[in-house]
Design a protein around this ligand. Structure first.
Ligand code: ZN
Length: 388
């Protein structure tokens, strides 16, 4: 029997006689402890409106912390908003709508969305570590088209999905130039904008995804990769470090007739091969309000869009069943034997995860720290010392 992802059922606030498993201070030598045996002392309590929270004293670094340090709602004045915000974001709610129904300021769901995205990314990396050496299914990859701030700043997000489990393995942005027709006015407006750094465009994004896959599956046998055969994909796959590690099959998009026309044989073959990733894209457009067509709730910042995509992946992987038509609650994580049952949002948020205890690929850390800067606009990097 393969070991699943080791993840508690009960939120830390409801655990009776909680014992801290490691020191939450990132500089402490006990911060990265995996085994039992962390040495601490009890250090009193403090009272909140709802409950009494125990405090602890680390015998290594001689600093104190509380049970709340291990909760995903650490430092929050209204911890009860975290869970409904996660559910609301995934149920097609926009930030202001969520704020109205939860009676809080509209900036609150925006900040919580960032926190939830970071948590989802850490949870994701933890799941991938559990799959180390046993990635046995082909990975289907395609870019999901969206934009930040204005349609003048489009970017694709590489989405790597398991062909059998439909598990989302990775995400990576690829800013590119605006395409399609535009009027002289639109073109003048586009030229007046500060240019968006492309960071290698589609090739750069593909390279980062492949590197992230190798980061998590260093000793895996060759990983099978299915794409739509975009030219930039071949360019990235041609790099020496990827040549023996990936076996690539491309299914270029064939010419299609007018809407509603029967599909050609080639189109059927392509659609079958790319189905897992096409389904994910459809699901994102359906469930995420900022990815709907012609919406005014469109994403303003690449960083925020990625955080919400990580949250959507956590939902896809652990919460949502693979099929809506059949009464089958099996989730992608269950198909991979990472979990034995679908998770609730409460379970997803049962513990805080610490980036210092997980080895993230460089490109993920850049998203974690919000380093995808939008030129010309205010950017809020994530550089907190304690609530990191
Ligand atoms: Zn310590």
């Amino acid at each position: 029997m393969l070991a699943g992802v080791d993840w508690p059922r009960t939120p830390v606030e409801r655990v009776q006689l909680f014992r801290p498993p490691f020191c939450p201070w990132s500089q402490c030598s006990e911060h990265r402890r995996e085994q039992r045996g962390f040495r601490f002392r009890r250090h009193g309590f403090y009272d909140t409106l709802r409950r009494t929270v125990p405090r602890f004293f680390c015998l290594s670094c001689r600093r104190t912390f509380s049970r709340q340090t291990f909760s995903t709602s650490y430092y929050l004045k209204r911890p009860e908003l975290l869970l409904p915000t996660a559910a609301g974001l995934q149920a097609g709610g926009a930030l202001r709508q969520i704020a109205r129904s939860l009676t809080c300021a509209p900036s609150t769901p925006a900040r919580l969305a960032a926190r939830l995205g970071r948590h989802a990314m850490l949870l994701h990396s933890r799941a991938l570590v559990h799959l180390r050496g046993r990635l046995a299914e082909p990975v289907v990859l395609d870019h999901f088209e969206t934009f930040e701030f204005s349609q003048d700043c489009p970017f694709g997000v590489a989405t790597a999905v398991g062909s059998r489990s439909w598990f989302v393995y990775g995400l990576d942005p690829a800013p590119h130039a605006r395409t399609g027709k535009r009027s002289a006015f639109q073109e003048a407006k586009r030229k007046a904008r500060p240019p968006q750094p492309t960071r290698g465009g589609i090739t750069g994004s593909m390279t980062r995804v492949l590197d992230a896959l190798l980061h998590f599956f260093p000793k895996n046998s060759a990983i099978e990769l299915t794409t739509d055969g975009h030219m930039s994909y071949a360019q990235a796959l041609g790099k020496t470090r990827f040549r023996d590690r990936f076996r690539h099959t491309g299914y270029p998009n064939p010419k299609r007739g007018p809407k509603g026309a029967p599909r050609s044989q080639a189109a059927r073959v392509r659609d079958r091969a790319m189905f897992p990733v096409d389904t994910l894209h459809g699901l994102l457009r359906h469930s995420e309000c900022h990815h709907r067509r012609e919406t005014i709730a469109f994403g303003r910042r690449t960083n925020a869009i990625l955080e919400r995509l990580y949250l959507a992946s956590a939902w896809r992987n652990f919460v949502k069943g693979v099929s809506e038509r059949r009464p089958d609650p099996t989730t992608p994580a269950m198909k991979l034997k990472l979990t034995t049952e679908p998770w609730t949002w409460e379970r997803v948020l049962a513990r805080r995860l610490f980036p210092g205890r997980l080895l993230l690929p460089k490109c993920w850390l850049e998203v974690y720290r919000r380093e995808w800067i939008t030129p010309g606009g205010p950017n809020s990097p994530h550089q907190l010392t304690l609530a990191y």
